[in-house]
Ligand binder design. Structure first.
Ligand SMILES: [Ca+2]
Length: 368
């Protein structure tokens, strides 16, 4: 009987010991700060990570330079990066998403906005990337030839003269990136080559380095602005990023506004390299790399089509393979102007006087 009791005591002690040990292990997992796990010892599928002998669930986004991520896929609109930026929003509806799952945010009226606050170290270098789908344009005067511009995004400064602004031209359907170029409300503005098609997703990326501000559409560099030598940004204490129609019109009346969707907003406090931008742009181009094509000219005769080094005038095979789709994705080739020059067309004298889009394709050695 004594032996039996001792046996149960031993079993009890063993069970208790295991339970306490397991509980401590559980507690230690609870105390793990996921910010420490930027590097797993071994990373396996589904965000599982082996670190220091423990199996932990890794966060899907561990890039510490990513200081805000809004996917609209959670139960509420929130920042999903490790930074935990503060999001304010008004009149944003759930809508269909880019990738066929999740949701996007729809800013459908003049009061709609999304603001992203608490963005650490964003002044000198940063990148803002988001997906955009313009559903409808509400325009006050449809007969106007003035290309009125509507703000889509601004990096907000308390003084409006110092805001970086991204606007959309109602007539030209191009994006305009404006940055303050001095102290007297002077702005330098870059006009995109690409046109934004209605009801089609495009990816927009703005990259600010020490000496340039670049604009990319679907991974294609549209151009850049070099601020004047003596230009310096006045550092704002709490700069934030603002999407929305409210206060969005660059004119006294406010009858012009956009009904548009945004998704996958990413803000980095570093420069995004072009290959990183390419990598996220292919889905907007049907799987084609934006690096493969360059536009030479638009509505131009064949004599004006010229290509940069390592590119040639696309031949008809390259145009029919993906080139036509690429040109459409970038807002060119529509029912009004469907003609693209090909290397075969360049030698057809019957096409003298014709104008079209000049496109260049990257030199690639095909190996059969
Ligand atoms: Ca989404």
């Amino acid at each position: 009987m004594i032996i039996r009791t001792q046996k149960w005591q031993i079993i009890f002690i063993l069970v208790a010991f295991v339970a306490v040990y397991a509980f401590q292990d559980f507690v230690s997992h609870e105390n793990i700060n996921l910010k420490d796990f930027n590097n797993c010892d071994i990373e396996v599928q589904n965000n599982l990570c082996l670190f220091n002998g423990d199996l932990v669930v890794n966060t899907p986004e561990v890039d510490s330079s990513l200081i805000a991520l809004v996917s609209f896929d959670k139960s509420r609109i929130m920042d999903e990066s490790l930074s935990k930026a503060t999001i304010y929003n008004k009149n944003i509806q759930e809508s269909t998403a880019l990738k066929g799952y999740g949701r996007s945010g729809r800013l459908s009226n003049k009061e709609s906005y999304l603001q992203i606050h608490n963005l650490p170290k964003i002044e000198q270098q940063y990148a803002i990337q988001f997906s955009l789908f313009i559903h409808q344009i509400f325009k006050e005067d449809v007969t106007s030839f003035d290309d009125k511009k509507i703000r889509i995004l601004q990096k907000f400064h308390s003084d409006d003269k110092k805001n970086l602004k991204l606007t959309f031209g109602l007539d030209s359907r191009r994006l305009f990136l404006s940055v303050p170029a001095g102290s007297d409300a002077i702005f330098k503005t870059l006009e995109s080559f690409s046109r934004i098609q209605l009801r089609k997703w495009v990816q927009v990326t703005i990259v600010k380095s020490d000496d340039k501000i670049k604009l990319y559409i679907n991974g294609s560099l549209e151009g850049y602005i070099s601020p004047p030598d003596k230009f310096t940004y006045e550092v704002e204490q709490n700069p934030f990023i603002y999407f929305g129609n409210q206060l969005a019109v660059d004119k006294p009346t406010d009858e012009n506004f956009l009904d548009y969707l945004i998704d996958d907003i990413r803000v980095y406090n570093r420069v995004l390299e072009s290959h990183e931008i390419f990598a996220k742009s292919e889905q907007f181009l049907g799987g084609t790399s934006s690096d493969f094509y360059r536009f030479s000219c638009r509505n131009c005769p064949r004599t004006q089509v010229a290509c940069p080094q390592d590119y040639h005038i696309c031949n008809s095979f390259e145009i029919l393979s993906q080139g036509f789709q690429y040109a459409r994705s970038m807002g060119w080739v529509d029912p009004v102007s469907p003609f693209i020059w090909t290397s075969e067309g360049m030698i057809n004298s019957k096409l003298d006087g014709q104008v079209g889009l000049g496109m260049c394709c990257k030199d690639i050695v095909y190996q059969g």
